[in-house]
Design a protein around this ligand. Structure first.
Ligand code: ZN
Length: 688
């Protein structure tokens, strides 16, 4: 069931906060209802769906006119505010209805030309549908249950059984002018209805005010959920909690698939250094039950439950059955090539039948259904992969619910092509340049510490997807949250024997693979060598040498499975070349790590893996904390800031400067076996 979350007190609070103008108060209530709709993924997902309200405002000539506030494109209902609901003078939109034809470009231009605020976002492509309905509050969703209903072969009959004459049925038309006209005509012949079922598309509900329109969305959706559950006898929402056995398989399969698709991306882009895609795995009971269906291969050819999903997921998924997986890399490569061949043919056919020149999008899959592993969203970043994954989960729910209740028959390929290659979408191509590290997965040990977190922030700011490792679980959560959404983390002690394999497997499960390991974690043990306890030295070697080696080894293994190069970056220390009294237990394993860097650079270079490191000194961190700074400054007889700036430049070196060095090494495409010094200048520690 979909819960009705409208809270009368909250609604009053919002209306009051909007002031005295009835138009602003109505808009505030409408925004509240829209956010409630947007906040429920069973109703809409990722910018899907749209809502509107009609209010009266006075124009610059002092004339009171009706304004349609409608969702702006690029806005998400979940977080929508007044700025995302541009106002359009309704009278001029209504005049468009007399036209026989109106191109999408002209329609968008007409809406923009009639906006109250010309700097606002472009009104939704479904604006005219909202405009042509007379109700003050109109909501449109792509609810999962409604999509199952809308794609049934006998959807109109079933809708009549469920709703009687409360809902009218609109045959499929592409969103835009003709759909708006058809929907309005159907409404006008059935003026008693509370809503519309748009076949193979979604649901509209309307009322004189925001709450009633919201209530109808919930009521109608639940009526369909009841019917689906009763008809199929199945649970509509199986658990989404990931199954560990599927995650474990994913850790092996995804890097292989990521590398193969990465090769195809590089070939398509004509750029051998093009980033690989990032993946988002779904492997709960909902997915496991779906992948076990006997009609899976057939369902994979059908298409998407509502047309705009095609832009994020493509029309069909890549399907990898156990027989393909058993064939390893070669068989998976062939399956990917078959997919690309089919997609290219679909493009050629669609382009030949449509008007205007079309540019083929990257033909590699945006979605994979992998038996025993899960459903995988594939995108240029963790964010886009997550969107594909969310839509995929909604699609498989709509598909299986529909199929179990009579059939799943979405709109045919030719029309989906029109949506995927819609002129307004094509016009966006090549307009945005992705950030420099977009599509790069960076795993950082000691990720909650000063240098680790600064490094994570520096890479994340350049578009990378980050996987943090740290021993301290709560500090780790805080660190991950500080990076924003879509980053990963795992709490573990990196000196445990299986830590590195667990960490890289978790990173592969989370993002599909790894591009850059920043092996950063370290800690200092002190004491003069002549009297040092062996156990302390061995402990230091575990963390300051063996953990670097085991993480490098695991990273090398995943990079090899991807087969597209990669990088390993070590945080070494000036101690590796310039010993400090009492720091032998720290410096000696670090010296070994510096040699490890060279050894790995030598051995991994032919595989395209670059290995570099940073020698930093005197950075405020867990290793050099406030007490330690006080103590060292006192020992030198200087104040703390003089101590911290005790280098050739006379400036304190901060964690962000070390982070800069890691980023610089990561972008230096022809540099390997290099150690960069970040210490403000110290001739005794200079490498060359
Ligand atoms: Zn829609």
């Amino acid at each position: 069931m979909v819960d009705n979350l409208w809270d009368a007190a909250e609604a009053t609070r919002r209306a009051d906060a909007a002031g005295d103008d009835p138009a602003d108060r109505a808009l505030a209530l409408h925004l509240y209802g829209s956010q409630l709709i947007g906040g429920n993924p069973a109703l809409v997902q990722h910018g899907g769906g749209n809502t509107s309200c009609k209010v009266t405002r006075v124009d610059v000539f002092g004339v009171a006119r009706t304004v349609l506030h409608v969702k702006g494109s690029g806005h998400d209902l979940a977080s929508i505010g007044a700025g995302g609901m541009p106002g359009v003078w309704l009278d001029n939109l209504l005049k468009l209805r007399d036209l026989k034809k109106l191109s999408d470009e002209d329609m968008v231009n007409a809406s923009r030309a009639n906006m109250l605020d010309s700097s606002g976002p472009t009104p939704s492509v479904e604006t005219l549908l909202h405009a042509f309905l007379p109700h003050a509050a109109v909501n449109h969703t792509h609810a999962t249950a409604m999509l199952a209903l809308a794609n049934l072969p006998n959807a109109a009959n079933v809708a009549a059984d469920i709703f009687g004459n409360r809902i009218a049925v609109v045959p499929f038309a592409m969103p835009g002018f003709s759909l708006a006209k058809t929907a309005a005509e159907i409404y006008e012949t059935n003026p008693q209805v509370e809503g519309l079922l748009l076949l193979q598309h979604g649901h509209f509900a309307f009322a004189p005010e925001a709450k009633a329109a919201y209530d109808l969305i919930i009521t109608h959706t639940n009526m369909v959920e009841d019917w689906l559950a009763k008809t199929s006898g199945k649970k509509l929402r199986p658990a989404k909690t990931p199954r560990p056995e599927m995650q474990a398989k994913a850790a092996d399969i995804l890097p292989l698939l990521r590398g193969i698709i990465g090769n195809r991306h590089a070939a398509f882009a004509g750029n051998p250094d093009a980033p690989m895609p990032v993946m988002d795995l779904r492997c709960g009971d909902n997915v496991a039950e779906f992948l076990a269906r006997p009609d899976l291969d057939d369902l994979a050819t059908r298409g998407v439950a509502t047309p705009d999903h095609v832009i994020r997921t493509k029309r069909t998924p890549l399907v990898l059955g156990t027989n393909v997986l058993a064939g390893g890399r070669d068989a998976i490569s062939r399956a990917v090539d078959d997919f690309i061949g089919d997609y290219t043919a679909y493009f050629a056919q669609g382009a030949a039948m449509s008007t205007g020149a079309k540019t083929m999008l990257d033909p590699a899959p945006n979605l994979a259904w992998i038996e025993g592993v899960g459903v995988v969203g594939i995108g240029a970043s963790a964010k886009t992969a997550a969107v594909a994954g969310d839509l995929a989960e909604q699609n498989i729910a709509a598909m299986s619910n529909g199929q179990d209740c009579g059939g799943f028959h979405p709109v045919e390929a030719r029309l989906l092509f029109e949506m995927e290659y819609w002129s307004l979408e094509q016009a966006k191509l090549g307009r945005s340049i992705p950030p420099e590290f977009s599509g790069r997965v960076v795993m950082i040990t000691g990720g909650a510490g000063a240098i680790g977190l600064a490094t994570a922030q520096a890479f994340a700011a350049l578009g990378a997807d980050i996987f943090l490792i740290d021993r301290d679980g709560s500090a780790l959560e805080t660190a991950r949250a500080s990076l924003g959404p879509h980053h990963g983390a795992l709490a573990l002690d990196i000196t445990e024997p299986d830590a590195a394999t667990r960490a890289t497997a978790a990173c592969a499960t989370r993002f599909g693979g790894l591009d850059i390991l920043v092996s950063n974690a370290g800690a200092a043990w002190t004491g003069e060598m002549a009297t040092l306890d062996d156990a302390a030295l061995r402990q230091s070697f575990e963390l300051n040498f063996f953990a670097h080696q085991s993480f490098a080894k695991s990273a090398a293994s995943i990079l090899e499975s991807q087969g597209r190069g990669g990088q390993i970056l070590f945080n070494i220390s000036k101690q590796a070349v310039n010993p400090g009294r009492g720091f032998g237990a720290y410096g000696i394993p670090k010296a070994a790590t510096m040699f490890l860097l060279r050894q790995l650079a030598l051995e991994l270079g032919p595989k395209g893996v670059r290995v570099n490191g940073v020698n930093a000194d005197r950075i405020r961190s867990g290793l050099l904390d406030a007490d330690f700074v006080t103590q060292r400054a006192k020992a030198r007889g200087v104040d703390e800031s003089t101590y911290m700036a005790g280098n050739l430049l006379g400036r304190e070196v901060e964690a962000r400067h070390v982070a800069d060095a890691f980023v610089t090494l990561a972008r230096s495409q022809r540099t390997t076996a290099h150690v960069m010094t970040v210490d403000g200048g110290n001739i005794e520690a200079a490498l060359r």
